[in-house]
Design a protein. Structure first.
Length: 156
């Protein structure tokens, strides 16, 4: 795609919009990187809804060993596989993740680009998810009491 300078913040959120885990990498690190996924999914279990950038058979098998089911939409050239109806509906709700990103960027001011020191950058980066956790209303998915537990969503 060309050159890129900056950082990526990888997030895992739950269905209530709460941040469960996050990891900071340089901008050129692949989303399917094993070190990134290992640090994000240390204490996570259940279903992990991700975007198409996380599709990898090796990653899928590794997460399955940790009792995590990776669910993504198929790429255009991939064969369609049967997917549970509930999983298909929940995959549509990935927009909640984008809303969390929007909250972090605009309300918690995480996208500040003129830091004068690395310490200032890291303090701003860690304080934004902390401030987000205290917000009274977070983007969330409305679900009934019979919804299976252990559903997480991944943002990159």
């Amino acid at each position: 795609m060309g050159w890129f300078y900056g950082f990526k913040l990888h997030l895992i959120i739950n269905e209530q919009g709460e941040i469960l885990s996050f990891c900071l990498t340089s901008g050129n690190v692949d989303d399917r990187n094993e070190a990134v996924m290992d640090s994000l999914t240390k204490e996570i279990f259940g279903k992990l809804f991700a975007d198409r950038g996380c599709i990898s058979q090796k990653l899928f098998e590794k997460l399955l060993k940790k009792d995590i089911t990776l669910i993504t939409r198929a790429k255009k050239k991939m064969k369609n596989k049967l997917m549970d109806y509930y999983d298909r509906l929940m995959l549509r709700k990935r927009t909640v993740i984008e809303s969390v990103n929007d909250f972090l960027k605009n309300i918690c001011n995480i996208e500040h680009s003129r830091h004068r020191s690395i310490t200032n950058f890291l303090v701003n980066l860690v304080s934004a998810p902390a401030a987000y956790s205290f917000l009274p209303k977070k983007p969330s998915i409305c679900y009934s009491s019979d919804t299976p537990k252990g559903i997480s969503c991944l943002v990159d």
